[in-house]
Design a protein around this ligand. Structure first.
Ligand code: FAD
Length: 422
């Protein structure tokens, strides 16, 4: 499969029925649907990476810790692509899209034609461009090789600086602590997980991380990396010099759409798509981290950088390529793990005006229900049965008023399913 050459394919194959730019999670979930329908032949992925598509969550968790073998991070074995007649072109960066000729161009000068196109290029790292940024020992965490490089460097290090207290930064901090390093997290905001806009949760996690021995510096930025060839310290805007052997930077990502500038596709914080995940050009779709879609549940545009979203949107694109004209109606969902804490969040808490804590945070068994006008918008869950997440999803979709149950919801023994119509 890897030996297939794009120019040969063009000569014999003409246009692909579905060409996917970006070989990640959304790509594979689309192809899985097509393969189930025996319709994956004449489909192809073009990926800038040297590997077959793999799963990213383990890169900051079990794979980073060396707890699972490399084979386990791959989403599908090689046989999936070959047996279903899917061409996979690796190490090819798509640099331009020609919407009228319906073809894409790659960095090495070939073009590939398509009938339908799905752009699933995900997100790319925000790089800290500060003095010393090219020193050895500074890492980011997005691709398989990053995870392997961090693991290797951590093995030879005693201290790590994590820059950014969002999901990736904190998961990395957790893994590095478990690898025996002393870890300091530097964050410009004044708490962890500030994106959750839930002070109770930020306090809960901050305390937990501190209990595990992680140190924090808040309210300051990294201004320079210092060292002589190799990183030795991070200088902060508060004038501190924080010594460290390695740094892992997790300061965010942006949609990987630069190559689409000027293509005629509508871009605005990602690729603008309608509820069918279709762009302003018919037959050209986008899915996953790169797609800015209209959320039919929350009635607003959103771009989501989470696993579940990439899977479901990829599936919807496949259904639409098959001609089923299916809108995307997923309720956003996210999970994350640190140490023994596994949590999930369903829905969108933006605009919520009320929070109800269900259970006891001190027991590490609780939920947070986010409400607006007495209707559930989102639910966070940790240590309580995860089936409640699915029930919460139904409460959100069916717009069931919780007006008469606000007090009862605080008690985790009150079954949420009782609120669903029988
Ligand atoms: P990706 O999986 O990022 O795939 C996009 C692919 O396109 C990449 O391989 C990229 O190299 C390639 N590409 C980009 N531009 C081009 C181009 N021009 N030409 C060719 N190829 C290109 N989500 C959760 O819900 N829970 C988690 O616990 C969680 N943990 C995560 C941990 C890490 C370390 C990371 C990085 C992400 C995590 N996520 C998590 C997020 C989740 O993995 C992503 O939302 C998901 O991978 C997005 O899928 P995607 O298909 O849109 O993009």
């Amino acid at each position: 499969m890897h030996s297939v050459n794009i120019s040969e394919v063009r000569k014999v194959g003409g246009r692909y029925k579905l060409l996917i730019v970006g070989g990640g999670l959304a790509a594979v979930s689309a192809l899985e649907v097509l393969a189930q329908e025996k319709a994956a032949e004449n489909c192809a992925i073009i990926s800038s990476e040297p590997h077959l598509p793999y799963d990213r969550p383990p890169l900051s968790k079990d794979y980073l810790l060396g707890r699972i073998p490399r084979e386990e991070v791959f989403l599908k074995p090689e046989s999936f692509y070959s047996e279903n007649g899917i061409d996979v072109f690796l190490k090819k960066n798509v640099t331009a899209l020609d919407t009228s000729a319906r073809k894409v161009h790659t960095h090495d000068g070939v073009h590939v034609e398509f009938e339908n196109l799905m752009i699933a290029t995900g997100a790319e790292l925000v790089i800290l461009r500060i003095p010393g940024a090219d020193l050895e020992g500074i890492f980011y965490l997005r691709v398989l090789g990053d995870s392997e490089a961090i693991r290797k460097a951590a093995g030879d290090s005693r201290s790590a600086m994590v820059i950014g207290a969002g999901f990736i930064g904190l998961e990395a901090a957790c893994a590095l602590q478990q690898m025996g390093l002393s870890v300091t997290v530097l964050e410009v905001a004044h708490t962890v997980f500030s994106a959750l806009t839930t002070p109770e949760l930020s306090d809960f996690y901050l305390n937990y991380f501190k209990e595990k021995g992680i140190a924090f510096v808040f309210g300051e930025k990294a201004e320079a990396f210092e060292g002589n060839g190799r990183l030795r310290a991070v200088r902060t805007s508060g004038g501190r010099k924080l010594r460290c052997d390695i740094a892992v930077v997790g300061v965010g990502v942006k949609p990987a759409t630069d190559f689409l500038e000027g293509s005629g596709l509508e871009l605005n914080n990602g690729i603008m798509v309608n509820e069918f995940m279709e762009t302003n050009i018919p037959g050209i779709y986008a899915a996953g981290d790169a797609a800015n879609y209209f959320d039919l549940i929350y009635k607003r545009r959103r771009r989501i950088e989470h696993w579940d979203n990439a899977i479901k949107q990829g599936q919807v694109v496949a259904q639409n390529v098959l001609g089923h004209r299916q809108p995307y109606r997923g309720v956003s969902y996210f999970f994350s793990d640190v140490w023994d804490l596994h949590w999930q969040l369903v829905g969108d808490f933006e605009g919520a005006t009320q929070r109800i804590i269900r259970g006891a945070m001190e027991d590490r068994k609780f939920g947070i229900l986010y409400l607006k006008d007495r209707f559930l918008q989102a639910m966070f869950l940790l240590g309580l049965p995860f089936k409640e997440i699915r029930i919460a999803e139904k409460l959100i979709v069916q717009k069931i008023s919780l007006e008469d149950h606000l007090e009862k919801l605080k008690d985790p023994s009150f079954p949420l399913k009782d609120l669903l119509p029988s």
